[in-house]
Design a protein around this ligand. Structure first.
Ligand code: P6P
Length: 344
């Protein structure tokens, strides 16, 4: 019987906040509000199969050109309300909204932080009971306090994030976050309604045997990606066991599994996604921050560290290679070789 005391999300945030450079308790409050919204969304997602009124699409199409799921809109509403209620967030860039959301009440106008969020990533999987997730990224505003935020507040490179995280609504619901002091995981205990610390300091294996990519796009992959997949499928010298292909179609679920077991997730440029499919601000940057804090890597496949890319649009897409350090480096090696050959 474990004698270690259960530590809740709020307790750990407060414990760690003293080490946080802007330790005014605001970030703790912000993460607590995110935790509250996560509990509310979790409750709805877990009942999706029972409440036919909330599954399926709502006849709207978001800026991505994707059918908006009813739960997408619900999650977007819940997180927006929770973040505005915190009184320390002055605006949001959300996958579900074409433009930034400006909080113009007096309290929020003086807020220190802006949030980039994908309220419910992988939501097309909800109706088939596959894990989905919320991904968030926190920056300090750069516009003057007391004024409305502008796009520039959100177009900061990922290295400027002060916090990032995801909630995975799966067989159990977890919240994983970082403030730059390592990656920490909390598992939701519905019997007490709290996120309880379950992974104090997550370190991803330097290498692994799992590669996650939608091979349905194979014919349009860059040659370097095709070579890397071939490398994974050939027998491995020391174990004579090829790698395992695991692709759920839900970034948070694929990333979370690879973070724990070791692996690589790749969404490269394809014919239908010439710049890549994943969005820099609210998918790639937060995941990249978490990956690096856990000892992993995140690049665009062309030698560019995701966190150093300067965004030009709030819905900008990039190609995305992330996970175990040795695997991302190997994939980059194949990409370089094939690009070099092409440039000869
Ligand atoms: P595809 C979900 O829409 C998402 O943004 C990620 O969560 C997921 O990894 C990817 O897109 C799936 O895209 O083209 O393979 O269906």
């Amino acid at each position: 019987m474990s004698t270690s005391r259960i530590l809740t999300l709020n307790e750990v945030i407060i414990q760690k906040q003293s080490a946080f450079p802007y330790a005014k308790g605001e970030l703790s409050r912000l993460l607590s509000h995110i935790g509250l919204a996560a509990k509310i969304v979790n409750n709805k997602v877990n009942k999706a199969g029972l409440e036919t009124s909330i599954i399926g699409a709502n006849d709207l199409v978001n800026i991505q050109g994707e059918a908006q799921q009813k739960l997408d809109a619900y999650a977007d509403d819940i997180f927006t309300k929770a973040l505005q209620a915190s009184g320390i967030v002055c605006g949001i860039a959300s996958e579900e909204n074409d433009e930034i959301i400006i909080f113009d009440d007096d309290l929020s106008l003086d807020g220190d932080y802006v949030i980039c969020i994908d309220p419910l990533d992988g939501s097309s999987n909800i109706d088939v009971n596959v894990s989905v997730g919320t991904i968030f990224s926190v920056y300090r505003r750069i516009s003057p306090h007391g004024q409305k935020v502008t796009n520039e507040d959100f177009l900061q490179p990922g290295i400027k994030q002060v916090a990032a995280g995801y909630i995975i609504y799966g067989s159990s619901t977890m919240l994983v976050y970082t403030t730059g002091l390592g990656t920490t995981g909390f598992t939701y205990d519905p019997s007490i309604g709290e996120f309880c610390m379950s992974h104090y300091y997550m370190v991803t294996p330097k290498s692994g045997k799992i590669y996650s990519i939608n091979e349905g796009n194979y014919v349009n992959f860059p040659q370097g990606v095709k070579q890397y997949i071939k490398h994974c499928q050939e027998n491995d010298a020391d174990t004579n066991r090829p790698y395992t292909s695991r692709y759920i179609g839900s970034l948070v679920a694929d990333f979370h599994r690879n973070l724990l077991k070791g692996g690589i997730y790749i969404y490269p440029k394809t014919a239908s996604a010439p710049n890549g499919k994943l969005r820099l601000l609210y998918e790639c940057n937060p995941i990249a921050f978490l990956a690096e804090q856990a000892g992993g890597l995140a690049t665009d496949g062309y030698g560019n560290r995701i966190l150093e890319i300067k965004p030009t649009d709030i819905h900008q897409r990039v190609s995305f290679f992330t996970g175990s350090r040795n695997m991302v480096e190997k994939a980059e090696e194949f990409m370089r070789e094939c690009t070099d050959e092409k440039s000869k």
